[in-house]
Design a protein around this ligand. Structure first.
Ligand code: NDP
Ligand code: 8X3
Length: 258
């Protein structure tokens, strides 16, 4: 039987891409799911699919904007009883807006990226961690990025947010060293999701160009690493994993077939 069977897993940003793929992978292992995102209709439809494909998996769809601290705390406090004891938190909700030099990046883009990628991740962690400490078990997975250790031109704010995620992940691992709670950083390279469509304000053609000439990762590729990292025996802590497509070797170093 999988070590993940019966665990309660909260995934933020579960309505798309990596988060949605994590939901599927955890369901395959018999974990119960709290799926959180702003687009509730997508979560409801995922919930219906799971009811057919994985009837023994319990699913709670949670409309949540991670930027709103009060909402985050209320949402975690008012979870139905059978979902309260969260074992695994996947802090995945995040986004990038635009490709702009630091000199001109808009205040709105700066605020949206920091509020979501950094502050939102902190709020959800603050709301969930006390329960894990009380129960003396748990794992927190932060979906950072290769942009969390490298910086590329016209991505300063996104890179800064993901550097912050890597730093907070390391600090938290130190803070929890005397506990059984694992703190895990997953740092993907190029994953084809809605990420680039959002980056380019809905321009699908520009988004598709990002992946031209190479085979990018899929959400499932990352979800499998998340599941691997959280299914080790209790004494094993996977601290971090950098995951690239085969034809990527750094944030901006890729080989594209001519
Ligand atoms: P997607 O755009 O496909 O998914 C992003 C998810 O985040 C959506 O489910 C979205 O849901 C959710 N989200 C965004 N803002 C909020 C918010 N304020 N509150 C709650 N949920 C929110 O992109 P990915 O799956 O690729 O991105 C997932 C994570 O992976 C991000 O943190 C991203 O930075 C990281 N990453 C992605 C890489 C890539 O190449 N794709 C590479 C490295 C890291 P909704 O809009 O319904 O709220
Ligand atoms: C997302 C991938 O290439 O923008 O984190 O850093 S990239």
């Amino acid at each position: 039987m999988s070590r993940l069977a019966g665990k309660i897993v909260l995934i933020t940003g579960a309505s798309s891409g990596i988060g949605q793929a994590c939901a599927v992978e955890y369901a395959k292992h018999g974990s119960h799911l709290i799926l959180a995102a702003r687009r509730l209709e997508r979560l409801d439809s995922l919930k219906s699919t799971f009811a057919k494909d994985y009837p023994s998996v319990k699913v709670h769809a949670l409309k949540l904007d991670v930027r709103n601290k009060d909402l985050v705390f209320d949402a975690i406090k008012s979870l139905p009883k059978e979902f309260k004891d969260i074992d695994i938190l996947v802090n995945n909700a995040g986004l990038v807006i635009g490709v702009d030099p630091l000199e001109t990046v808009s205040e709105e883009a700066i605020n949206t990226m920091f509020d979501t990628n950094v502050k939102g991740l902190v709020y959800v962690t603050q709301a969930v961690l006390p329960g894990m400490k009380e129960r003396q078990r748990g794992a927190i997975v932060n979906i950072s990025s290769i942009a969390g250790t490298e910086a590329y031109p016209n991505g300063s704010i996104y890179c800064a947010t993901k550097h912050a995620v890597c730093a907070m992940t390391k600090s938290l691992r130190h803070e929890l060293v005397a506990t059984p709670i694992n703190v895990i950083s997953i740092e993907p390279g190029m994953v084809e999701t809605e990420f680039s469509v959002i980056r380019f304000g809905g321009d699908k053609e520009k988004a598709d160009n990002v992946y031209k000439g190479l085979e990018p990762l899929t959400g499932q590729d990352i979800a499998e690493t998340v599941v691997f990292a959280t299914s080790r025996p209790p004494h094993v802590q996977i601290a971090s994993m950098v995951v690239f497509p085969t034809n990527q070797s750094a944030a901006t170093t890729v080989y594209r077939k001519p």
